[in-house]
Design a binder for this molecule. Structure first.
Ligand SMILES: Nc1ncnc2c1ncn2[C@@H]1O[C@H](COP(=O)(O)OP(=O)(O)OP(=O)(O)O)[C@@H](O)[C@H]1O
Length: 325
């Protein structure tokens, strides 16, 4: 991954959105969110379900009117009315929006025509996009014959045909098979390398860590931290992540752990709900207390892992809860 400029010249910003607010009834879904993205930069908006990611990007793309705040793309104001800024944005929604009875190539042509690309340029661009999303061998196949993951990739391609300056992807890997997920992540890395600015929402911290030059952590509508993955992990540099796999009354145990000094965040996890995850200061000296507490509560500890902190730990540290609850 090549590094984009660290202190982007504000005049060259691709996305500059300031103090966005959006309410639905008495719920504030997005609360004073500001984001800036430079050319070639991949920015990850990371947060749990319901944090306000989709609402934010719908405002960025001019699909939803903010109650307050402003959005500019390449210096041009974005509004819900049609305008030149919207031509600069490629939006890839979570739901696949394709024509099942048309071929892969025909779908891409269709989206290109919506942006009035001249015929020759369109054909060239369709070929490029087929390569970018790794679907060239399936160009002639109807969409209905593609796997779910391939449809997702084509959906991304549809957002790329008009060569947007800003590509906005809303959780593009949710529910896709590992092979397609890998292909999607590879493609997104390439978009950044080609100079496109990318806004990527996800609740998978591994994706944010792997793909994004900068990450904004969003929780309950507010942007609570922002920086490169490395800078964010520095926020918890003195902490450890402890993963206890256990049996017994884990809810009560987790609550009791939360009250121990030097414990900064506690979450339940594991496919079978048999994991208690903690962010703590100095795990090694705290471990006897954790084990003693388990013993007193008749909780059987099966394994203990102590790891370096990651973005999941940053979220746990900042909010006291897990990213994936
Ligand atoms: N059209 C709407 N009407 C009422 N409430 C809404 C609407 N759209 C979103 N919300 C609420 O706003 C909050 C933020 O939702 P949003 O979809 O932006 O979150 P998200 O981070 O994208 O989550 P997910 O990953 O589940 O899509 C949620 O509480 C949601 O219920």
């Amino acid at each position: 991954m090549t590094d984009p400029p660290r202190n982007p010249d504000t005049a060259r910003l691709v996305l500059d959105c300031a103090h966005l607010v959006r309410r639905f009834g008495d719920r504030t879904a997005v609360d004073d969110v500001s984001l800036r993205i430079a050319p070639g930069e991949t920015y990850g908006l990371l947060g749990p379900n319901g944090a306000g990611k989709t609402t934010t990007i719908r405002m960025v793309c001019g699909l939803l009117r903010p109650d307050a705040g402003s959005v500019r793309v390449a210096g041009r104001p974005v509004s819900t009315a049609a305008g030149p800024a919207k031509q600069l944005i490629g939006f890839v929604p979570q739901d696949v929006a394709l024509y099942a009875d048309l071929s892969v190539r025909e779908n891409l042509r269709f989206f290109g025509r919506l942006y009035r690309l001249p015929r020759r340029r369109l054909e060239r661009r369709v070929d490029e996009v087929l390569d970018l999303v790794d679907l060239a061998p399936r160009a002639g196949d109807r969409v209905e014959s593609l796997s779910g993951g391939m449809r997702r990739r084509l959906n991304i391609g549809a957002g790329l045909v008009h060569s947007p300056t800003l590509l906005v992807l809303d959780e593009p890997t949710v529910g896709v098979d590992p092979q397609s997920r890998h292909a999607i992540l590879e493609s997104v890395t390439r978009f950044g390398e080609e100079g496109m600015a990318v806004l990527y929402t996800t609740h998978y911290m591994e994706e944010a860590e792997r793909l994004c030059h900068r990450v904004g952590i969003i929780d309950r509508g507010r942007l609570i931290a922002e920086g490169s993955p490395r800078e964010l992990v520095q926020l918890v540099a003195e902490r450890d992540r402890v993963r206890l796999t256990a049996v017994g009354g884990l809810s009560a145990y987790a609550e009791a752990c939360r009250r121990l000094p030097r414990v900064e965040g506690v979450a339940r996890g594991g496919d079978r709900g048999d994991v208690v995850e903690l962010v703590v200061k100095d795990a090694r000296s705290l471990l006897p207390d954790l084990l003693d507490l388990a013993h007193r509560q008749a909780v059987g500890i099966r394994s203990v892992e102590i790891d370096e902190p990651d973005l999941e730990a940053v979220f746990l540290h900042l909010t006291g809860t897990a990213l994936r609850e």
